[in-house]
Design a protein around this ligand. Structure first.
Ligand code: 6PG
Length: 242
C-alpha cells in the first residue's frame, strides 16, 4: 500500500500515528510491541512527534521493545550513530525501560557486533523467527535500505539475521539486519521524502531492476504487510502521481 502525504510533516505525523496504533494493537493482543527503528534523516521528525503529546500519551511505553535495522560501527555516543539519534529525538523523552532498548553495538568489531546482535535477537524471539510488529525503513538514493547496499555480499545472505558490511563511501563498517530477517516482520513501513528520492522511488516501485542493484526491492514481508509512506515531492514521478 502506498500513502502519499503533502509534505514531510504530514508524513511524519502519519508514521507516528501508525506507530501508536500498532503499539496499542500489539500490546492489547500480545502484551508487548516490538519495533525496529530506521536511521537516516527522514524518520527524525516522526521520532520527535512520538515524544510529544498527544501521540506520546497514547503509547504504552512500558511494553515497547526497541531494535534497530542498522548501525554505523562508531562509538555509541557518536553523532553518526542511529541509536544516538533515536535517543536524542525520542527515547530520552519517553518511559521505555532501558532494558527494552537494544542498540546495535559494533564499534571497532563489525563481525563480532553482527554476531552479538543476532544472538540478542535469537534470545529475544526464542525458537521463532524475528517477528517484529513494526519495522521502519528508509530509502537511499542508490536504492539501499537499512545497510543493504547495492552489490554487497550481505544481499546474498539467507541464514544470518545480522551481518557486517563495509561502506566504502563512508570509510566505515556498518552492521545491518539482513533481508530474510526483516521480511519476517508483521508490518514494514518505508518512509521516503523529498524530491531527491523521486527517481529511485519510481525505480523501486515501478521498475524491474535486479534487487542486487536496488536492494530495497528485497523487502517483501513473507507473512506481513508492506507500506510506503511518502511525500508528494518523492512521489512526483510515480505513474499515479503525475
Ligand atoms: C542509515 C539508514 C539508511 C537510511 C537511508 C535514507 O542509517 O543511514 O538506515 O538506510 O534510511 O540512507 O536516509 P535518509 O533518511 O537520511 O535519506
Amino acid at each position: 500500500m502506498i500513502r502519499v502525504y503533502p509534505d514531510i510533516e504530514a508524513l511524519s505525523r502519519g508514521a507516528a500515528e501508525l506507530f501508536a496504533d500498532e503499539a496499542r494493537r500489539g500490546v492489547a493482543a500480545r502484551g508487548r510491541f516490538i519495533v525496529l527503528l530506521a536511521g537516516g534523516e527522514t524518520p527524525r521528525r516522526c521520532y520527535e512527534l512520538l515524544a510529544e503529546a498527544p501521540v506520546r500519551d497514547r503509547i504504552p511505553w512500558g511494553a515497547v521493545h526497541v531494535f534497530w535495522g542498522d548501525e554505523r560501527c562508531v562509538p555509541d555516543d557518536d553523532p553518526r550513530s542511529n541509536a544516538a539519534m533515536a535517543r536524542r529525538a525520542l527515547l530520552d523523552h519517553v518511559p521505555v525501560p532501558e532494558a527494552q532498548i537494544h542498540p546495535i553495538s559494533c564499534a571497532g568489531a563489525p563481525h563480532e557486533g553482527a554476531v552479538a546482535y543476532e544472538g540478542l535477537l535469537r534470545a529475544f524471539f526464542g525458537d521463532g523467527p524475528p517477528r517484529f510488529d513494526l519495522v521502519f525503513l528508509g530509502l537511499g538514493e542508490n536504492g539501499h535500505t537499512a545497510s543493504l547496499f547495492p552489490g554487497t555480499a550481505v544481499l546474498e545472505e539467507r541464514e544470518r539475521w545480522a551481518a557486517e558490511v563495509y561502506v566504502a563511501g563512508e570509510g566505515l563498517h556498518r552492521v545491518t539486519l539482513t533481508a530474510p530477517a526483516i521480511n519476517q516482520a508483521a508490518l514494514v513501513a518505508f518512509l521516503a521524502a523529498g524530491e531527491k528520492k523521486a527517481a529511485v522511488l519510481k525505480e523501486v516501485l515501478e521498475g524491474t531492476a535486479d534487487p542486487r542493484i536496488l536492494p530495497a526491492r528485497l523487502i517483501s514481508p513473507a507473512h506481513g504487510e508492506l507500506r510506503w509512506l511518502i511525500d508528494r515531492p518523492a512521489a512526483r514521478l510515480l505513474r499515479h502521481e503525475a
